[in-house]
Design a protein around this ligand. Structure first.
Ligand SMILES: [Zn+2]
Length: 284
């Protein structure tokens, strides 16, 4: 199918509220055959020489494979393989991996803002026992449970030692630039586990809207990626201050506004660095 035709179908689908657009493969991308390079910024960029993460490996299983969002810069793939083994060793549990990015990165029609340069990944808070193997259908339909009981409270029946170990494993990795988690989870971290994390690790763990069923890990720009734009290194404070309290005020509530995925997607595509536009060509 021609990309223009596919684009039209996707447009119709995205305008139709009844279609769960996030459950479909929306990208026809294949990786480029160039050397790996992350280009641009996390929320406005693309990926040369993308590498795929296998559907399973020691300590991890990838969810929602139909989305085709299991590509990343080799540094992200290596990082995920390494950290999954560490989690498995510490907890005897496997992690469930959600979206990485498309084969050539860039904006997606599923509404992610970042995940464009092959350096972002979503990881579920829910883990599964070491011996459990989810089949492909289960990976499409099992949902990621929220770890909150309300906007302010973490469900401590679900949030156990395992989740602290998982968070610690990622926050302590030197390639990690930021981790996004729900503000209530950050507050629980400040209240109960402050002593088990260094200030540097705490500074990387940032409160953000939602992120109550998964956390988002963002890696630093790799050395081979000269056109990759880093995010400012966060100030080395634990973040357990008034800035955290703000999230629980009326002002800190997320404002949910009508969202036109397709319009946003088109605007983002138009604003990409020139090199990304060339690299993407007609690919979605
Ligand atoms: Zn994410």
């Amino acid at each position: 199918m021609k990309n223009s035709k596919l684009l039209l179908i996707l447009f119709v689908m995205s305008s139709c509220a009844k279609v769960p657009i996030g459950h479909m493969t929306l990208s026809s991308q294949t990786p480029t055959d160039k050397s790996p390079e992350s280009i641009g910024y996390y929320s406005l960029g693309c990926l040369d020489g993308g590498v795929s993460l296998p559907p399973s490996g020691p300590g991890f299983q990838v969810m929602r494979l139909s989305r085709g969002r299991f590509w990343g810069h080799p540094s992200l793939i290596k990082f995920l393989k390494e950290t999954s083994k560490q989690v498995l060793k510490k907890t005897n549990e496997q992690i469930l991996i959600g979206d990485l990015g498309h084969a050539r990165g860039a904006p997606s029609l599923t509404g992610h803002n970042s995940h464009q340069t092959g350096l972002d990944v979503d990881i579920w808070f829910k883990t599964i026992p070491a011996k459990k193997n989810l089949d492909l259908k289960e990976r499409e339909v099992i949902s990621a449970p929220s770890f909150l009981t309300s906007r302010e409270e973490v469900n401590e029946k679900l949030w156990t030692k395992t989740q602290w170990e998982v968070l610690k494993t990622y926050a302590s990795h030197e390639n990690v630039e930021r981790i996004f988690i729900n503000p209530a989870i950050k507050r629980l971290l400040c209240q109960k586990r402050r002593s088990s994390f260094t200030t540097k690790e705490m500074s990387k763990i940032r409160p953000w809207y939602r992120h109550d069923d998964h956390f988002h890990v963002r890696l630093k720009c790799p050395k081979d990626s000269k056109e990759c734009i880093s995010q400012k290194v966060p100030a080395e404070t634990d973040g357990c201050d008034e800035s955290l309290d703000w999230w629980f005020t009326e002002e800190g509530k997320e404002k949910i506004e009508p969202w036109d995925h397709y319009k946003y997607f088109k605007e983002k595509r138009a604003a990409l660095p020139k090199r990304c536009k060339e690299l993407l060509g007609d690919y979605l």
